[in-house]
Design a protein around this ligand. Structure first.
Ligand code: HEM
Length: 409
């Protein structure tokens, strides 16, 4: 780790900074526009606090400043996280274990291997679309994106569709622990699902590792054999399973958002149909406005000072990645859907710095594949009713997204 940067003079304690109240709104998650406006149009700009969540980081510059700070790492432990998840999740690791453990699980889903999977994904997307075409109203998530993801991972992992369905079910349950005010029952269900997920995913992955016929696991095992002791997981199959938690639902939620937001804007929809090179802009703009992982925690490993505020070691820092994307200093007219935006490199939806997301390439490939397939000549997707999102949670997914998919010509 490099030397800590020179720190500004301390002037304020975290107890004296203003409170973030919007997160307690019962509809938090349905509409982000007014919350972004509330946050960025008030006179005070800087860190906020919340009684139970800790210190809130939302401005783009604060996210980059603290998110790339040498002394800010993952939390030492996550409350309510059960033992196996705790042992294997890189979310609970610090340097040097974090870097080594993360490298192992990140490589099989890095840019090059994911590019190689794109052909398979495109074929599956076409097949799934054929099954829903002209069926009348469907749910974009449940009837199209989730079946696409099931078939894709079943093929890549050598799993059955039922096994992937079961993993998707466990993840929905695990997410109960990500509620802003989780209930006792929700936490218990989440812990049980966490066990179920780890057991099933480990079994499936170990089976394919033994069979030796899946490229993704050959790559994983090669790296595992070669790695040193630091950060080396006891079981590579379990480590990979835990790292892939977001690969079954979250990445699909963003793919659904990407196509829905596009078809809800007729001019942009027409532009993408006419120029396929805009498909990735459509995905990027949805990832800016509606990223499903809206917040995660980090913590300083020593006392630090940020813009004059003293943040004691181990303070919970809740990074609201979503709002880094809505900061008007960086994204003009932030609530507006604009395909060609400058400053894409300043988006914060996959986190920033060495702790950022390993799944961005998979998420991008899924999203672009779906948008591409649903903007093919002759295929027409239309919104067919109100979209509802999960509310009161740090993970934001569409729970209802009615559309019609029709073919012309
Ligand atoms: C649209 C989909 C996704 C979004 C918006 C998303 C977002 C995020 C964010 C915000 C973080 C926290 C980063 C930080 O603290 O800086 C993160 C971390 C992580 N994500 Fe994702 N993610 C997505 C999909 C995925 C997928 C598909 C995978 C697996 C293939 C994945 C695996 C991970 C892992 C393992 C970490 C922890 C990284 C670490 O420990 O350093 N994510 N993700």
């Amino acid at each position: 780790m490099s030397d800590a940067p020179a720190q500004p003079e301390a002037t304020a304690s975290i107890d004296s900074i203003p409170i973030f109240t919007e997160i307690d709104d019962p509809t938090f998650g349905q509409n982000w526009d007014w919350i972004g406006d509330d946050l960025f149009r008030r006179e005070y700009q800087g860190l906020l606090r919340h009684d139970t969540l800790g210190v809130i980081v939302y401005g783009n510059a604060d996210i980059f400043g603290l998110g790339t700070h040498d002394l800010v790492s993952h939390q030492a432990g996550l409350e309510g996280m059960e033992d196996t998840m705790y042992e294997y999740s890189t979310f609970t690791m610090r340097q040097p274990e974090h870097r080594a453990a993360k490298t192992l699980v990140a490589r099989p889903v890095a840019t090059v291997p994911v590019k190689k999977m794109a052909g398979l994904a495109a074929g599956i997307a076409d097949a799934v679309i054929n099954e829903v075409i002209d069926r009348g109203e469907i749910d974009l998530g449940a009837d199209l994106v989730r079946p696409f993801i099931r078939r894709f991972w079943a093929e890549i992992f050598g799993a059955t569709i039922d096994e992937i369905s079961e993993l998707q079910f466990y993840i929905e349950e695990i997410l109960l622990a990500f509620q802003i005010n989780p209930t006792e029952e929700g936490l218990a269900r989440s812990a049980k699902a966490s066990d179920g997920y780890i057991e099933l995913a480990t079994t499936v992955f170990e089976r394919s590792i033994a069979a030796g016929d899946r490229e993704i696991f050959t790559a994983l095992m090669d790296d595992y054999e070669k790695m040193g002791d630091v950060g080396k997981p006891r079981n590579p199959a379990t480590a990979f399973a835990v790292a892939l938690l977001d690969a079954f639902n979250t990445a699909g939620a963003l793919a659904a958002n990407a196509i829905h937001m596009l078809v809800s804007s007729p001019e942009d929809h027409a532009a993408v149909r006419a120029d396929r090179s805009l498909v990735s802009d459509a995905w990027l703009e949805a990832s800016r406005l509606r990223p499903p992982v809206i917040a995660t925690y980090r913590a300083p490993i020593q006392d630090i000072v940020h813009n004059g505020v003293v943040i004691p070691a181990e303070t919970n820092l809740l990074f609201l990645w979503l709002f880094g994307n809505r900061d008007p200093e960086v994204f003009a007219d932030p609530n507006k859907y604009i395909l060609k935006r400058p400053n894409r490199g300043k988006q914060t939806n996959f986190g920033v710095g060495v702790y950022s997301c390993i799944g961005r390439h998979v998420a991008k490939m899924f999203g672009e594949t779906i948008v591409h397939a649903l903007t093919e000549p002759g295929v027409v997707v239309k919104p067919a009713g109100e979209v509802r999102y999960t509310i009161g949670s740090l993970v934001n997914e569409p729970v209802a997204m009615p559309v019609t998919v029709e073919r012309f010509g």
